[in-house]
Design a protein around this ligand. Structure first.
Ligand code: SAJ
Length: 405
């Protein structure tokens, strides 16, 4: 058993904290949001994630987890705070990481381990954590261990993936790597792969850039096929029968706080402009919502109704989650609302309300919409049958209804 500070109780921090408590560690979850801390201590998770509510309750009942707005002395310190995207220069806002490091510095002691898990720009472990701590605590130079250990969990299956996925652990020194390895071994069942902080930082970014580039390929194919009147879903399904081909799925664009953002950090790091493909992929995926809006405008123009009703299906950034971060579906919805003259209805089963939108349930959407735009393929939508979708113009950005038609 070790004492652990988990700084940042968001989508990854909170699940990590409760898993650590379950593994027998004494965990203090730290968050700057007083409301979140109160809610958690009252046994209420502040976002939706499979199994999280029960795990939080269990962790609180065990007495090994509590939330607080202040850090305490501990052996291990995990920094899992947001690194928001700065649109202007396409870089990561490291101020939360720096502030967490400053706060931590006050309680650190010789022999402690500080691990950065937040997705960060390259070099962050040394610049935004180690150097910030050492500036505050010159007495601890060379006495605290620093490592980068990125998470790989997918929202919607975070608790399972946090434990079962392999993880890369990169210390700024071999001792730090070793210390972090020993700690992560206490609760991770996947393989722990030892490396350096710099390699680990790049690994995290390039995994998401890999997905982005491959989704861009699928999105580009979808636009070419549409132009040529070819069914892209059939093309991809059949091409994927080749033993060495695995084309991803086109959609309305790429969202979330990872894949749509991390590739920019690689591009920013290459001062010689070598990130050409990575940059191009970002542009293809970022432009996809506009392409979808143009499709909606075309359908509205061709409609027999004078002012047709457009039904937007799903606003979350991907299926079966309530997460709206960087959602391309939401971007489409906002552009449709702003630029297209039609009655606009939106259906997002994971949201009760959304400013600026008239949210309806599936029944009302199906009853009223002349044009249906499938944006986020939640399971509830995929269950619709041919009769329910009859007599509607359908723009299916996800291929969710390929089994129906
Ligand atoms: N998407 C497509 N086509 C696809 C797959 C995804 O359009 O074939 C879209 C989704 O609809 C969504 C976006 O891409 O808008 C991203 O969704 P995702 O489910 O692929 O990934 P995220 O952002 O939820 O989580 C990713 C994961 N990274 C990789 O798969 C390499 C996850 O493992 C990481 O932990 C997470 O980023 C992160 O935190 O970096």
């Amino acid at each position: 058993m070790q004492t652990v500070n988990v700084i940042g109780l968001g989508y990854i921090g909170l699940p990590t904290a409760v898993l650590l408590a379950d593994a027998g560690h004494q965990v203090l979850g730290v968050d700057i949001q007083e409301k979140v801390v109160q809610k958690l201590n009252a046994g209420q998770a502040h976002f939706e994630e499979k199994g999280l509510q029960q795990s939080l309750k269990k962790a609180l009942d065990s007495g090994r987890f509590k939330a607080s707005t202040t850090v305490q002395s501990a052996d291990i310190h995990l920094i899992i705070v947001p690194t928001p995207f700065i649109v202007a220069d396409k870089s990561a806002d490291m101020s939360y990481v720096q502030n967490a490091s400053k706060t931590l510095a006050q309680t650190l002691k010789a022999g402690d381990l500080v691990v950065l898990e937040s997705t960060s720009g390259l070099g962050a472990t040394r610049v935004d954590v180690q150097q910030v701590v050492e500036a505050q605590r010159p007495d601890l130079v060379g006495k605290v261990h620093y490592a980068f250990c990125p998470e790989r969990a997918i929202p919607g299956n975070t608790l399972y993936e946090l434990i079962h996925n392999d993880r890369v652990i990169g210390g700024t020194t071999p001792e730090a790597t070793e210390k972090a390895y020993e700690f992560y071994q206490t609760f991770i069942k996947g393989q722990l792969l030892k490396s350096t902080d710099q390699v680990a930082e790049m690994v995290k970014l390039c995994e998401n850039a890999f997905r982005d580039v491959n989704i861009a390929y699928a999105n580009e194919l979808s636009m070419i096929c549409d132009e040529l009147g070819i069914n892209v879903w059939d093309v991809i399904r059949l091409a994927n029968h080749h033993p060495r081909v695995n084309i991803l799925q086109p959609g309305p664009g790429v969202g979330g706080h990872c894949i749509a953002i991390d590739p920019w950090f690689i591009a920013a790091a290459s001062k010689k402009g070598n990130a050409k493909l990575i940059t191009q992929a970002r542009q293809v995926n970022d432009a996809k919502p506009e392409w979808v809006v143009a499709k909606v405008a075309e359908a509205v123009a061709q409609s027999a109704e004078e002012k047709p009703t457009v039904g937007l299906m799903g606003l979350a950034f991907k299926p079966n989650v309530d997460d709206m971060r960087e959602s391309p579906a939401l971007k489409v919805a906002q552009m449709v609302q702003k630029t297209i003259s039609a009655n606009i209805l939106a259906c997002e089963p994971y949201l009760k309300e959304l400013a600026g939108f008239h949210l309806v349930n599936t029944e009302e959407l199906l009853e009223k919409a002349d044009i249906l735009v499938m944006l986020t393929d939640h399971d509830i939508f995929k269950q619709l049958n041919k009769e329910q979708l009859a007599n509607k113009t359908i723009i299916d950005t996800r291929g969710a209804f390929t089994h129906v038609f």
